[in-house]
Design a protein around this ligand. Sequence first.
Ligand code: PGA
Length: 249
Amino acid sequence: MRKPLIAGNWKMYKTPKESLAFLDAFLPMVEGHDRDEIVVCPTMSSLAYVIEHAEGTNVRAGAQNMHWLNEGPYTSQTSPTMLVSIGCRHVLLGHSELRLYFNETYERVNLKLKAAINHGITPIVCVGELLAEREDGKTEETLRTQVRAALRNISANEARRLVIAYEPIWAIGTGSTASPEVASEAHAIIRAELSRCCGQQTADNTRILYGGSVKPENITSLMAQEDIDGALVGGASLVPTTFAEIVHY
Ligand code: PGA
């Protein structure tokens, strides 16, 4: 009942030309694949091109961030209406790299989440603990706080399209993946908090992706876990054959 979602986060990689070359190689490799939803998230400079190039295929393109307002004097920002105007229907919110390097807060993630919902954009909200928090036994507290802050004043009806990505910060780009058991445990914590915030039905329906050094070698055992409904893939989503292998887990 929860269709798995495999999303690629290209971060600050690939020019428009490189993005289109990726698609030319990747689209035939996943043609007709319907078991999972497939999304790639290029940089803003490539997004419109990628959406246009992938039109009519089973691959969608999402943004890596957005502002919550429709327009205004906010240099460097892109608004939800601008995303919708180019056919963008997915957005990553609260990625840990934004939280670590650009002072993103869950208060803002909450505003962005509301805006995404209001504009019919599927939000992929990232949560995850630091290594120090895990070592201090604070994983549960951290995840619960993050989920609660992101979902403040969001109703069950509004949360219908919500996707959460569990991305332990110590696993991102480090090559060390959370074991399926560790990831599963975190996903269960997140699902329980979703239930407290928006009810059991929302918790049951919300897809929770795992992210952090996902590779063709570990995707199968991760996806075998009942609570893992997909993956948010960074580095390994940059190479068409590798990302296709992950999609075909
Ligand atoms: P990684 O990145 O797969 O390169 O660890 C995941 C992410 O940051 O979303």
